[in-house]
Ligand binder design. Structure first.
Ligand SMILES: CCCCC/C=C\C/C=C\C/C=C\C/C=C\CCCC(=O)SCCNC(=O)CCNC(=O)[C@H](O)C(C)(C)COP(=O)(O)OP(=O)(O)OC[C@H]1O[C@@H](n2cnc3c(N)ncnc32)[C@H](O)[C@@H]1OP(=O)(O)O
Length: 166
C-alpha cells in the first residue's frame, strides 16, 4: 500500500543508525507518514553483517529501537526518549546489500514513559523482524552534553519521496 510522506525527520552527524557522517553506520532516513507511523529507509551493507550475507541482529535491533523511539516526535519534536527495554523476534534473515524499510508507531504514552512497536520489511514485503520497546522521556540536555545545533542535528539535502510503498 502507498503511504503519503508528510515530513522528513532530521538526521544526526554520528549516530550509528542515522549519522550522515558515520561511514560505517546505517545512514537511515526517517519519514513521517499520514497514518502517524514513521518509516526508516536504509541500505544494508556488507560491513553490517554477522554471518556473511546476513545483517547482524544487533543492527536490526538498533534500527527498530531508533525507529520506534523517533515515532514519539511525530506529534511533538521536543520529546526525546531513552530505551528502557526492547523485545525482538527475528523471523527471517535480513540480507546485506539490500534496501529495507523499518516501520514504527507509538502504542502507549504517559507523562514519563512511552511504548511502541515496529517491524523490518524486506523488499518482497515480508516481515523479517518485529519489536516492541519501552522508553523513558527525557530532556535532550539530560541525555547528552552536546548541543542540539546544526552540526549534530539537521535536515539533509536528500530528495524527499512523495509516497512510500509498504
Ligand atoms: C544534542 C544532539 C543530539 C542529536 C541527536 C543525535 C543522535 C540521536 C539520534 C536519534 C535520536 C532520536 C530518537 C531516538 C530514540 C531512541 C533511539 C535510541 C535510544 C537509545 O539508544 S538510549 C540508550 C539506551 N538506553 C539507556 O541508555 C537508558 C539507560 N537507563 C537509564 O538511564 C535509567 O535506567 C533511566 C533514566 C531509564 C531510568 O533511571 P531513573 O533513575 O530515572 O529510574 P527510576 O528507577 O527512578 O524510575 C523512574 C520512573 O520510571 C519508572 N521506570 C523505570 N524503568 C522502567 C521500566 N523499564 N519499565 C517501566 N517503568 C520504569 C520507574 O518505575 C519510576 O516510576 P515512578 O517515578 O512512578 O516510581
Amino acid at each position: 500500500m502507498k503511504h503519503k510522506v508528510i515530513k522528513k525527520q532530521k538526521s544526526s552527524s554520528r549516530c550509528i543508525v542515522c549519522g550522515v557522517n558515520n561511514e560505517l553506520g546505517m545512514k537511515a532516513s526517517f519519514y513521517e507518514l499520514e497514518n502517524n507511523e514513521l518509516v526508516a529507509v536504509c541500505d544494508t551493507k556488507d560491513w553490517h553483517q554477522s554471518y556473511p550475507g546476513r545483517v547482524h541482529g544487533g543492527m536490526s535491533a538498533a534500527l527498530l529501537d531508533e525507529t520506534i523511539g523517533r515515532a514519539i516526535s511525530i506529534n511533538d519534536e521536543t520529546i526525546w526518549g531513552v530505551t528502557v527495554s526492547l523485545d525482538l523476534k527475528y523471523k527471517k534473515p535480513v540480507p546485506t546489500d539490500t534496501t529495507i524499510k523499518i516501520v514504527g508507531r507509538i502504542t502507549k504514552e504517559n507523562r514519563k514513559l512511552f511504548e511502541g512497536s515496529g517491524e523490518i520489511i524486506l523488499p518482497n514485503g515480508e516481515v523479517a523482524v518485529t519489536a516492541t520497546g519501552k522508553y523513558m522521556k527525557m530532556p535532550v540536555d539530560k541525555i547528552t552534553n552536546e548541543n542540539l545545533d546544526e552540526d549534530e542535528w539537521f535536515l539533509d539535502n536528500e530528495e524527499i519521496p512523495e509516497y512510500i510503498e509498504l
